[in-house]
Every structure is written in C-alpha cells, then in structure tokens.
Design a protein around this ligand. Structure first.
Ligand code: AHR
Length: 499
C-alpha cells in the first residue's frame, strides 16, 4: 500500500524537552538489589554497582530517573537510607511485601545516577508521611549548609547540595492499593501544603502532582479537577500513568493501543486547561507521563513468588517483538504530544518491566524494547514538525480509524538532520512511503534502521538476542522528496541530512 507524509521546513510543532526520555528505578523486585547494585558480581565497582548495567543505561541517554518509587515510596522513610550503611534499619516494604535492607539509599543512588549521566526526579512520601518529612528532605538535598539537615548531609560526605530540580508529590494516591491512599480532597490539600513548604525551602524546584493511576480509574477526571483546584498555583506538572498489554492476543488491536495513550493525554490536557480558565490563571500546567510501558506478561505468575525475601523477582516481563513495535508507537505518541508532555518515564529501567535485564552473578542484556527507546532517545532531539499523514486505516474491537502508518518527524536543527520514526501496523503489506519535505534541501541518507521480520512472540533471552534493528534498505532522495519501503510489522528510523 502507499502512504505519504507531508511537512514544511520551519513548521515546528514543539520543541522536545529531553526529559521525555526519562525512566524509573523503584526499590522493588530486582531493580536496585540484583539490578543496578550487586556487590558480589565481578562486573561491579568498588561501591557494588554493576559497570555493565551502567554502560547499557548510559547508551539509553536517559536524562532523568524517577526514584525511589512507585508504590514503595508511600511507606518509605528517606532517613533510613542515609548515614553509615551498617547502622541502617532493615524494614518491611509493605507495598511489595519484600525485605528492604536500605543498603542503597539517597547518596548511593544519586552517585550512581550521576555516573550514568542522569538527573534524579525525587519522590516524597505522602502516604504514611507528610509535609514535615517532605520539607526536611528538600533541605537535606538542596540547602547549602548551616542548618540541621544540610549539615547532616555534609556530615555524610556530600559537602555541596545535590540540587535536585524535579520532585514528585507522592505516588498514585488515588489507588486503593496505595499505602495511605486518599480522596482527591484529602490529597489535594496535603499536596498543596507540601508543595508550599518544599518551595519555601528551595523556590527553584519543580513539582509534579499526582493525576490518576491509570485512565480507567473510576475517579479519572474528577480526581484531576479536584487536585488541581487545590494545587494549581503551587505545582508545575500533573502526572499520568498507563501500562498496556496484549492479553487477548490480537495484534492489530494491540498495535493500536497508542491511540488510547493519545486520547488519555489530550483528555488530561483539556482538564488542566479548564482549571486554568476557571482560575483565570496565566500559568499553564504541563504533563509528566512518569510511568508508561507494557506490563502484562507477569501479572499472574508474580502471585506465586515467595513473600518477605529481599529482591523478590517481581514484574520481570520478558518482552517480544510485538511489544517492541508497541513501544515504538507509544514513543511516537509521546513525541506527537510533546507540546504538553515535558517529562515521561519508561517504567522501569532494570529488571522490573525493563529494557535491561540482569542475571544474578551473570550477564546483562537488552530486551526487544530497548532498541526503539534507545533510537528515539538518541536521535529524537530537537523539534517535532507539524506534518500530515495520508494512510489507509483499519478498525479493531477497541479503535476506529487506526492508520497503518504511525509516524512523527523530528528536525534536529543543530545536526541539520531530519528524523522519521515510523511503525507499519499492517501484518501483511509493506508501505511505499513518500515524504514531501517542502523547503528542505536534502543532502544524504545517514541511516535507515528497521526492526522487522521476526516472529511476533520472539524474545531476546540472552546477550546474543536476535531481535535488534537492521538495515532497512534504500531511501531514495529526489529534490525535496524521499521514498522508502516500510516492511509489514516494522519499527523504522530514517535519518536524512539537509542543508
Ligand atoms: O511500576 C510498577 C508500579 O506500577 C509502581 O510501583 C506503581 O506506581 C504502579 O502502579
């Protein structure tokens, strides 16, 4: 089948905030213990952090990592993770029914994130705790010296402040599963007061207030409204969380799930803007999609994992080829909404529903989903272009008018490069793609990389995993036009230089 993408040079839709390529490390499963931290592994540095994992994380170029949870956050005492390791308490983590030793805490994690060239997006516990613990944590991390908590940080070896810019006001506080779950009224009031004191300690920080845990929560919509009514002038971002899956094993419907993400984002933007109008505010609230991914492979099997052990191997979804295609569609959707989505976190980063997997005492490797994320993070920098797509469409049980061609165009003006990210959703037909790039003097094709031709259920289960991108074939340039063939069921990245 044929499809066309049309754009004009200089017609910029939005600049991309690089934090859209963020990720997430929670104290749960084998994310921290047995993931990034494994002192007995021969690959680990003198602090116990795995060098091989650091390399895979660095290659993803993740600018920001959310920490320390997740559901874990709502029962966590941040003070348990500071000071001499041998004096730290071992606790029950009620959220994941795990033993938490606190060997890794604030300093260790911030040091690690520095090494992988990421900032930390720090969460404050608004489940079992409140404004006092929140303000103390900001003082500990961001105040220079001469006060109780800043001097405590210095006594623990960090003379200069950590300078954490982005903070989450709790986690999924609407969820009945959440420790200390709240009504929208209760949470809105608490988040407002916590936000005030946190910004009194450091006025330069930015705050993310909790939206709904998933778009299907019964309180979705009213939760966002009430919470923003209380917090609008004190916060900067509203969070969205969403996980997708293919439990029905229907590929065409699964590939269309990104339309749900698009609808969710646009709905939340509408709610934010309605509160802005109601408050006659000049301030715009943007979005932090700080948990998104595929999560369904382990939903049942995880129930059988023994409770109350350290590093229970939870949520270790093994991703396949079709999951990678869906991740590609979701990444494209985040970019297409980059005018309002300023932060997004692939949840999570290592072992727990993650692109990177480690073996206890052994190797680490890349899941299928690693590749589209890595390519978009590495090359999807600059501006999203306004574009028009002409593509045939199909219907599924959940979605009408699904375009076979999903795509977004990015202009990296610094590198003088146009990048096309595209998924062909057709199970059996290639797409003859024509790109009308008006105003661009195209010079050369830098890369056409494609992930295609695998069994939908094929996984990467070791270092030699086969599901990885390969050469996509020819891209023909003719004046302001480019032509390429996108294979059926394929993820594609085309990079074209211009003058
Ligand atoms: O990412 C796994 C869990 O999913 C997080 O702890 C929680 O916030 C969400 O429900």
């Amino acid at each position: 089948m044929k499809a066309k993408i049309l754009t004009n040079k200089g017609d910029l839709f939005s600049s991309i905030d690089n934090r859209i390529y963020g990720s997430f490390i929670e104290h749960m499963g084998r994310a921290v213990y047995g993931g990034i931290y494994e002192p007995n592994n021969h690959m680990s540095d003198s602090y116990g952090f795995r060098e091989d994992v650091k390399e895979l994380v660095k290659a993803l170029q993740v600018p920001i990592i959310r920490y320390p949870g997740g559901n874990f956050l709502s029962g966590y005492n941040w003070e348990d993770g500071i000071g001499p390791v041998e004096e730290r308490p071992t606790r029950l983590d009620l959220a994941w029914q795990t033993i938490e030793t606190n060997e890794v805490g604030l300093h260790e994690f911030l040091n690690w994130s520095n090494q992988v060239q990421s900032e930390v997006m720090m969460g404050v516990n608004l489940g079992t705790r409140g404004i006092d613990a929140a303000r103390n944590l900001v003082e500990y991390c961001n105040f220079s010296n001469g006060t109780y908590y800043s001097d405590l940080r210095r006594a623990h070896g960090k003379k200069t402040p950590f300078g954490i810019k982005t903070w989450c006001l709790g986690n999924e506080m609407d969820g009945p599963w959440q420790i200390g779950a709240k009504t929208a009224e209760e949470y809105g009031r608490l988040a407002c007061e916590a936000a005030k004191v946190m910004k009194l300690v450091d006025e330069s920080i930015e705050l993310v207030v909790c939206g709904s845990s998933i778009s299907t929560m019964p309180t979705f919509g009213s939760w966002e409204q009430t919470v923003l009514e209380h917090t609008y002038e004190h916060v900067d971002y509203l969070s969205l969380h969403m996980y997708y899956g293919n439990s029905d094993n229907e590929i065409e419907n699964y590939l269309a799930k990104s339309l749900d993400m698009d609808r969710f984002i646009k709905g939340v933007v509408a709610i934010c803007d309605s509160i802005q109008a109601k408050k006659r505010s000049t301030k715009q609230i943007n979005l932090s999609f700080d948990e998104w991914n595929i999560w369904y492979h382990t939903l049942e099997s995880d129930n059988k994992i023994k409770k109350w052990q350290k590093a229970r191997p939870l949520l270790e979804d093994v991703y396949n080829f079709e999951d990678a295609l869906v991740i590609g569609c979701l990444l494209i959707t985040l970019l297409k909404n980059s005018n309002r989505v300023k932060i997004a976190c692939l949840a999570q980063l290592v072992n727990v529903i993650a692109p990177i997997v480690t073996e206890d005492g052994g190797d680490c490797w890349k899941q299928t989903t690693y590749y589209p994320f890595q390519q978009v993070s590495a090359y999807g920098r600059g501006h999203v272009l306004v574009s028009k797509t002409e593509s045939q469409t199909y219907h599924t049980k959940e979605f009408k008018g699904v375009p076979y061609l999903e795509n977004v165009l990015v202009d990296n003006c610094e590198r003088k490069e146009l990048i096309i990210f595209a998924v062909n959703r057709s199970v059996d037909e290639a797409i003859d793609l024509a790109l009308d790039l008006d105003g661009y003097t195209l010079t050369d094709v830098k890369e056409f990389s494609s992930l295609y031709g695998f069994d939908l259920k094929q996984t990467n289960t070791g270092k030699q995993g086969d599901v990885r991108p390969r050469d996509g074939g020819a891209v023909d340039l003719f004046e302001e036009k480019a032509f390429a063939k996108l294979q059926p069921l394929s993820w594609n990245m085309i990079r074209i230089g211009y003058n």
